[in-house]
Write a protein that binds this ligand. Structure first.
Ligand SMILES: Cc1cc2nc3c(=O)[nH]c(=O)nc-3n(C[C@H](O)[C@H](O)[C@H](O)COP(=O)(O)O)c2cc1C
Length: 199
């Protein structure tokens, strides 16, 4: 199922348009909420990895992670990111660029409460992005945390969400003749401006 894009059918707010595309991808894509997140060091060395989109509203896109991870260190020194979502089943891609800010403790806690026990223990156990000896060490760390906590597993101080606040969003749709559709939105002081880009 490939879907073309006519800018007149797209919402003038790209976050509303993105929400509509996400719901089109649900049930079609195995992992509609998987997004590639690119960050960079202060001197501009990029790195990218997949994270899950866990919040989307007028403010931006939220993901959750370990705040001592490589991505978090890069965001601390260079608080900007780029995101790519790709749904090959729909022939669609979305690119987002923007500033990144940590979400509030309350927002992180609200999401934390929805995570299964195993995921919470794993978050406590894993020194994300740091070298560890072997698989056994990871499992020992996990078991130690599983023993330490009962059913009430608190939000770790080193874990939480980030919000990417978009200043540019591009919606891309495949076309058979390679003349793909690209609609780019840019935030201006008076609202979103939209233009079509050559593919
Ligand atoms: C489908 C998928 C979803 C993932 N979701 C997350 C996520 O939501 N948060 C996270 O910290 N890592 C997630 N990861 C793992 C990251 O890709 C990455 O390995 C990890 O965050 C460490 O990245 P860093 O060392 O660059 O900080 C996911 C990986 C995959 C393949």
């Amino acid at each position: 199922m490939l879907c073309h894009v006519d800018e007149h059918d797209l919402d003038p707010d790209p976050l509303v348009a993105l929400r509509a595309w996400l719901s089109d991808a649900e049930g079609v894509s195995a992992r509609p909420d998987a997004m590639t997140l690119a960050t960079a060091t202060a001197d501009g060395r990029p790195s990218a990895r997949v994270v899950l989109l866990r919040g989307l509203d007028a403010r931006g896109l939220v993901f959750f992670t370990n705040r001592t991870s490589r991505k978090s260190k890069e965001l601390a020194e260079n608080p900007r990111a780029a995101i790519v979502l790709h749904w090959p089943e729909l022939g669609r891609q979305v690119r987002v660029e923007g500033a990144v800010e940590p979400v509030s403790g309350a927002e992180s806690r609200a999401y934390w409460e929805t995570r299964p026990r195993e995921s919470r223990i794993a978050a406590w156990a894993s020194p994300q992005s740091r070298p560890i000896g072997d698989r056994g060490e990871l499992e020992r760390l996990y078991n130690a945390k599983a023993e330490r906590f009962g059913d009430d597993i608190p939000l770790p101080g080193f874990w939480g969400g980030y919000r990417v606040v978009p200043d540019a969003v591009e919606l891309w749709a495949h076309r058979e003749n390679r003349l793909h559709d690209r609609i780019r939105y840019e935030r201006t002081p008076t609202g979103w401006r939209r233009e079509r880009l050559a593919p």
